[in-house]
Design a binder for this molecule. Structure first.
Ligand SMILES: *[C@@H]1O[C@H](CO)[C@@H](O)[C@H](O)[C@H]1NC(C)=O
Ligand SMILES: *[C@@H]1O[C@H](CO)[C@@H](O)[C@H](O)[C@H]1NC(C)=O
Length: 429
């Protein structure tokens, strides 16, 4: 058994906000991305892996297949605890801390079965305040933590709309049906939140579910939402039998010396090179899709963000082209979710889609995400259809983010062992 001795130096402190941003009654935009909050001392050194039993047990590699529900987010159901209690969690490649819903007060909209009851699980334990992860500013999650009256580690998780989720850090096993289980993993057990689902944090951080459970790779296929209510997609932990047809792109990694204030080093960053609309390559410099000296402009692929957001220089070129193609049909002055401002009345939407044509997001290694003209616009309700692309700056984001709307009918594999992302075109069933 390996003894871990890790002295880790963190330059940056990221606060992950998975944002359910309720802009209007009908307008829900889900976003998931880290926001830089404070700069930690460069000399902060932490050595706690050697004292953490959870990290020294290496399970044989995990293979698991399940379906998920797709409605703005990818909602997986995982069997947690002993005996397992099925928990609904949003699969989020943009965040680290996983948390489950432990709210005993049943909110009317939450069916009781989705709430985790720790008292029914023999493998549940709480994280005491003296655990190295319970520091006022834990460098990995950077969620404000504190010691509560019961000497338990309490955390708070903020949402952009001013609400927050809070609870205790705990350890719990995930017990898969085929009797594979993980060692106890560090999770949040949320007692105050208005969300129905928990979060399955899958980013590159050491305390994401993927890292703690030593998942070698995972993949999903986001189904087409066209005309369907919450269709079902497929999720694999471990091997995906379709991977022989995937094309891979290496993750861009950033040495610590290169870490910059606006960069999220734990995101899945890939090299985007351009955008084509209706077969025409837009005049956008590749540099716009790469982090600049301050870290702005990285392009991340994220399951937890609904739409695609582009930095101004790229976004403006997309908008110019849309205006050129279908300007007169655009809904003037209409903005959905603070950021999507290329919208059409439903009556115009099919024709607008046809006039715009297909869109291609181009990446290194000849990889393309092709968005068919039929899937260019999303029905946002109220008889309005919008192009699923917004300007990052409108939401205070410095990155380009490829959201799940533009990952429909595609296998996306996050191959952690080989530090690459695979894509395979498919009709998701
Ligand atoms: C491409 O964009 C750059 C910068 O926006 C501009 O200077 C240049 O003239 C453009 N080229 C063409 C062919 O439009
Ligand atoms: C919400 O959307 C429905 C149809 O989707 C519409 O009838 C209703 O007026 C909308 N409400 C608001 C507050 O926009």
């Amino acid at each position: 058994m390996a003894t871990y001795k890790a002295f880790l130096i963190f330059f940056l402190n990221f606060l992950h906000l998975s944002i359910s941003n309720k802009i209007q009654e009908n307008t829900t935009v889900s976003l998931s991305f880290p926001i830089k909050t404070t700069l930690l001392s460069q000399n902060l050194k932490i050595n706690f892996l050697s004292s953490s039993k959870a990290m020294t047990k290496t399970p044989s590699s995990l293979n698991y297949k399940s379906n998920f529900k797709y409605s703005m987010a990818l909602i997986v159901t995982l069997p947690i605890g002993t005996p397992p209690q099925d928990q609904q969690m949003v699969l989020d490649t943009g965040s680290q801390l996983s948390w489950i819903q432990c709210n005993k007060k049943k909110l009317p909209k939450i069916p009781p079965s989705t709430i985790f009851d720790p008292s029914l699980s023999s493998s549940f334990s709480v994280l005491p305040c003296n655990h190295p992860l319970c520091k006022p500013r834990i460098p990995d999650f950077t969620l404000p933590t504190s010691c509560d009256q019961n000497s338990l580690c309490h955390y708070s998780y903020f949402y952009a709309d001013g609400t927050l989720a809070e609870g205790n850090l705990v350890k719990e096993k995930i017990t898969f049906l085929n009797s594979q289980n993980t060692p106890p993993l560090i999770l949040g057990c949320t007692t105050e939140s208005r969300d129905a689902e928990g979060i399955l944090g899958m980013n590159l951080g050491r305390f994401s579910f993927a890292s703690q459970a030593k998942v070698q790779k995972f993949s999903y296929c986001v189904p087409s939402r066209q005309g369907k209510v919450s269709p079902s997609g497929t999720f694999y932990l471990g091997q995906n039998p379709n991977s022989h047809m995937f094309k891979y792109i290496n993750l861009l990694t950033f040495p610590r010396s290169q870490r910059m204030p606006n960069l999220d080093p734990l995101a899945y960053t890939i090299g985007m090179v351009g955008i084509k609309i209706g077969g025409k390559k837009l005049n956008i410099s590749e540099k716009v899709f790469r982090p600049d000296a301050g870290g702005s402009g990285q392009t991340m692929i994220d399951s937890g963000t609904q739409y695609t957001f582009l930095v101004e220089e790229a976004y403006d070129k997309v908008r110019d082209e849309i205006v050129r193609l279908v300007g007169p049909k655009l809904k003037k002055g209409y903005v959905y979710g603070q950021s999507l401002d290329m919208c059409f009345d439903a009556v115009n939407s099919i024709e607008a889609g046809r006039s715009i044509g297909d869109m291609t997001l181009e990446f290194e290694n000849g990889i393309e995400i092709l968005v068919n003209k039929e899937n260019m616009l999303d029905d946002v309700g109220g008889g309005v259809h919008c192009l699923g692309i917004g300007k990052s700056e409108k939401l205070g984001i410095a990155s380009n983010i490829i959201g799940n709307f533009h990952q429909q009918n595609l296998w996306v594999e996050f191959d952690l062992s080989n530090k690459r992302v695979g894509f395979g075109k498919v009709e998701c069933k």
